[in-house]
Design a protein around this ligand. Structure first.
Ligand code: BES
Ligand code: MN
Ligand code: ZN
Length: 472
């Protein structure tokens, strides 16, 4: 596995740097350039415009671009002068505190330094990654601490990316439960995993229905972190944990199936968001719930037309076995009620329709709480886990009325699929006595060209979840 970057902090007067440490300098140009000055390497990273025009979004990309350029030049050790960077940003309209900038830089450098190499043989000369960053120009210890905090956050996100990237053959529901145990090992988090028998006993017929086509037994993963006072209501996060989504008997076409080992990305995000909150000692109570199943076609699969008995008491008419995520989430959302939550957030790679609506730049959010919706957009901008709202209007209820069951798992028309999926969840979330938000992260399941992140999972919305539990 790749090691995280080591940050070395130097205060006071600039010491003479090792000749093999490249200095990083931002340039207005688009392209980047490696030059030699006084025997030292200077890497000019092209910001693609003047620093005064920089936005927070551009800064995120710039921090990642530094690493991408460094790797392209096979440089392992660099020097960043934070004071100089602050100066350059001084006349921009960005009003970032120094510690905010420090956290942002270290987070995004660490994210850009990640690649999923677990299944690759190491080249003889070893992996080429950025190893050391010599940081000078931090005015205070707070700024240094922010660098380290940013790195803790990014390491957790990278662990989430590894988990989401793991092939389906090596990431079954039972193995996902094992990965959750690993993720919180040594942290003050209580983990409980319900097996098939207990899931049956509780009455989560949705989870049982989806899982019955697979040889792999379903698991219901429960994480409890209590960093707040004993009478404070928790935030409950629910993550979709479909370890492989073939579509079931409504089998997916070949070109839509190969990435479906990542259909547990929401679950991975919830697991690592709980771990991160515990690692940072956030003073809040947080519960993570991950229903984990494999959606397979076989002689024992659930059928289109089956009617499942959900935990809520409502029956679910399965019109399409490929709309499985909402079925398992419905049971988990109902289960969340037991914790008397102050907020329930669910995260899922739920619909291709969310991608059709929004492209691959942001996750879709759905909530009836307008204040919360606004806050989520702000937190999205701050965290880089961008989100955009879609409606939950009553008119859409018509779409998912059941014929032989209370509620159908797909809409009557083929339009607005992200919304009908959200409305389905809403029918169960209505029973909660607290605000609820659904995050359809399918658009952000994998990285895209130009965001300077390795192919595969991007680890959203771990940072956004952290903001939610910290600030809600
Ligand atoms: N996991 C998929 C959604 C998905 C597709 C996520 C592509 C990420 C990338 C989900 O279970 C699914 O199959 N949804 C169907 C719903 C349809 C049957 C109503 C879809 O989006 O096609
Ligand atoms: Mn599906
Ligand atoms: Zn799915």
């Amino acid at each position: 596995m790749l090691k995280p970057i080591t940050f070395h902090f130097e205060t006071g007067a600039k010491k003479a740097l090792d000749p093999d440490v490249a200095r990083i300098r931002l340039a207005h140009a688009k392209e980047s350039l490696l030059i030699r000055e006084d025997g030292l390497g200077v890497l000019e990273v092209g910001a693609g415009g003047e620093m005064k025009d920089i936005t927070r979004r551009k800064l995120v990309l710039l921090a990642r671009k530094i690493v991408s350029v460094v790797k392209a030049h096979h440089i392992e050790r660099v020097h960043i002068d934070v004071a100089d960077l602050f100066r350059q940003l001084g006349d921009s309209h960005l009003h970032l505190k120094e510690e905010e900038l420090a956290e942002l830089i270290s987070t995004h450098m660490e994210l850009a330094n990640f690649e999923f190499v677990v299944y690759k043989s190491e080249p003889k000369e070893g992996w080429k990654f950025l190893r050391d960053v010599f940081v000078t120009g931090c005015k205070t210890k707070t700024v240094q601490k922010a660098f380290l905090r940013g790195q803790v956050i990014a390491k957790e996100i990278n662990a989430c990316r590894s988990l989401a990237n793991t092939p389906g053959g090596d990431m079954t529901p039972a193995l996902l439960a094992g990965a959750a145990r690993n993720a919180v090992r040594g942290l003050p988090v209580k983990i409980t995993v319900l097996g098939e028998r207990e899931i049956k006993k509780v009455g989560m017929g949705g989870i049982l229905g989806v899982s019955c086509g697979s040889d792999e037994k379903p698991q219901f993963i429960i994480l409890e972190y209590r960093g707040g006072t004993s009478n404070e209501k928790p935030v409950v996060m629910v993550g979709k944990g479909v370890t492989f989504d073939t579509g079931g008997l409504n089998l997916k076409p070949s070109d839509a199936i190969y990435e479906m080992h990542m259909d547990m990305s929401g679950g991975a995000a919830v697991i690592h968001a709980v771990a991160l909150a515990a690692r940072l000692g956030i003073k809040r109570n947080i519960i993570g719930l991950v229903p984990a199943v494999e959606n397979m076609p076989s002689g024992s699969s659930y059928h289109p037309g089956d009617v499942l008995q959900s935990l809520s008491g409502r029956t679910i008419e399965v019109l399409n076995t490929d709309a499985e995520g909402r079925i398992i989430l419905a049971d988990a959302i109902t289960y969340a009620k037991r914790y008397k939550p102050r907020l329930v957030v669910d995260v899922a790679t739920l619909t291709g329709a969310a991608m059709a609506a929004l492209g691959q730049r942001c996750s879709a959010i759905f909530t009836e709480d307008e204040t919360l919706e606004h806050k989520l957009r702000v937190w999205g901008e701050e965290s880089g886990d961008y989100v955009w709202p879609l409606p939950l209007w009553e008119e859409y209820d018509e779409e998912i009325k059941g014929t032989f069951g209370d509620i159908a798992n797909v809409g009557k028309t083929r339009y607005g699929g992200a919304i009908t999926a959200a409305k389905f969840l809403h029918a169960f979330a209505k029973d909660l006595a607290c605000p609820w938000v659904h995050i359809d992260m399918a658009p952000r399941m994998t990285s895209i060209e130009g965001e300077y992140l390795a192919k595969g999972a991007v680890g959203v919305p771990v940072r956004l979840l952290l903001k939610i539990v910290e600030d809600f």
